[in-house]
Design a protein around this ligand. Sequence first.
Ligand SMILES: [Zn+2]
Length: 674
Amino acid sequence: MSNKWLDHIPALFDELRPHALRSMRQFAEDEIVSMPQGPREGMPFRCAFMPWSALVLDEFDSGRWRRMFGRGPAQSAKTLLFTVIPTMYHLFECSESVIFGAPTHDMAYDIWNERVLPVVRETRYASLLPRSGAGSRGGKSRAIRLRNGAILRFMGAGGDDSQRSSYTARVAVLTELDHMERGASGDDEAGPADQIEARTTAFDAQAKIYGECTTTTEEGRIYIETTRLGTDTRIHFRCPHCLRWIEPVREGLSGWRGAASIVAAGSSAHYLCQLCQHPWSEADRATAAQSPRLVHRGQSVDESGRVIGPIPETHTLGLVWNAMHSPLRSMATLAEDEWRADQALDESLSKKVFQFNWALPWRTKRNEMDVTYPFLAEHVTDEYTHDPLRALSPGAAPDPLPAGIRFRTGQIDIQKRWLYVSADGWDNDLTDWTLFYTVVPIVPEGVGAEAPTREMIRDALDSALTMLVQTYAVDSVWVDTGYKHEGEQENIVRLWCAEQGDGVNALVGRSQGQMSRMTGERVELAPEIPDMIQCRRQPSGDMLWFLDVDRLKDEVYFRLFRPRGAPGYHYFPLDAANEARTDRSRGPASPGWIFQHYMRAKRIITQHPKTGHEVRIWREVGRQDLWDLAAYALAGAMVTLADLQASENQVPSSPVLDVARASAVDAGGIRTRY
Ligand SMILES: [Zn+2]
């Protein structure tokens, strides 16, 4: 006779009896369904789809590693292998708590919510999600208690340390590792990734840390963990032609270089085996992927496919792979990415290709686009024969100016003993024809080393202005007034500008970081004038223009790289590069002199020492005054064009805009007082 009160006892003991845990690989193949909205949505996870993933899960299961880090391309199962599967395995198969770390607490919650939870919902473990309380509804909770007792704890790099230090767990999963290096407070203590990892130290050698990220730079945490501290493990494939094992690398992707179009680049893409030089088709690549090997640093694969060499002495498995290892990316689209980045004017596409396709760190301090002499010489056209120097020769009639010029600007920069002077012609697209450049001595010849007097400076400015007005009929003049005369309280250059009246504009150049420090009362400018140009009314009542020269130089620089003849292109007079294109003369007022100044400016991408963010700096060695004048010229042209268009549309301009406007309206030149 059975006792119905005892019927449930065997089942209860079944529940309590410790069951043999499956391996992570077994668990993944039994339970995981691929991410919703992913390319394999709804399909069960199978290592066979990407055979090397079986080797990675076997490494996780081996018990050899305490710390397991993955650095791979974007969208290549990186999150699935290093975040989703380990998190679910420890929470559900092992019923143990997991710390889930990200740059911020909210990001940790969001990553769980967007990338892990949808996978959980597709499995039978959905029934273990809490039905009420924290985590069951909206709101970014600090922790979720599952119905099997395991707790998922979210931790971020921001926030106070107490939330981290009061909680321990054996398992920590860290995502977006390179973006959590610095705490919100920026203090010098251990980084937040280390602090989160420290929550596992109570478990000593039993602790398990998983982490992943796309590659940033060699200074990034994921690069350090995988390649410098970890095993720097690479995935080798077996070449179907020579039957040897190789790691597919960026250099092997071929066929796209020099292709006539992006379509041609894609259709001729293939991989060249670095051992036998035999091209791989897409089918060859799929075959090669069927025989993967994980090769740690210092190891190799022998002809029989055996991995030989000792395993590195470290607790950290560091796996590195690239888009050639992912069946989700074809060689054609990888080649198209390369071709497009190769054609692009700036570096951002190349950086993406390096980091997101090839898991290669982006090297800082690059200046791939040097402004060289042959490059600048290309900006000289036969149609534009204007001789910049003959205009000043006594008795010589100036060459006709290029057709298409709609208005002109003149620029003056004051240095210790010289004025640097240039004039540029512009059309409505701000296509730039540099017309003229020279120096005007401040100290007259024969006076020797005497310091320039106030009168000498004013005389030199007067003669430069005469030149610009009489020979080039400029619409506006832009004068750098950063110069301060010795012993003078007043800025005599600014004073001189004010005396000239409308059309002669006093400016100061500022670096990007200095733009917040401007004196005077803000003057509203036309909306099309970019904010790298600002105008302030000084206590004297005079206008002073503040120019963000760093950004203006970016503009001038990228205009040099526009396709030849495109709107906004920059032309130089024929004699700037002589017929043989050999003139590299350096002396002031020699025709090739302007190119020397342009070539001394280097645009460098580097990392901010404190924030780690990428920043552009301009580094200039030697005299580059004509290059500075190009930035003033572009600013002057932007203001003058806006003003011309305002007067054409008969928009009543505010009185302050008369500074640049009056001259522009009056085609006869600018009003001056001499
Ligand atoms: Zn081969």
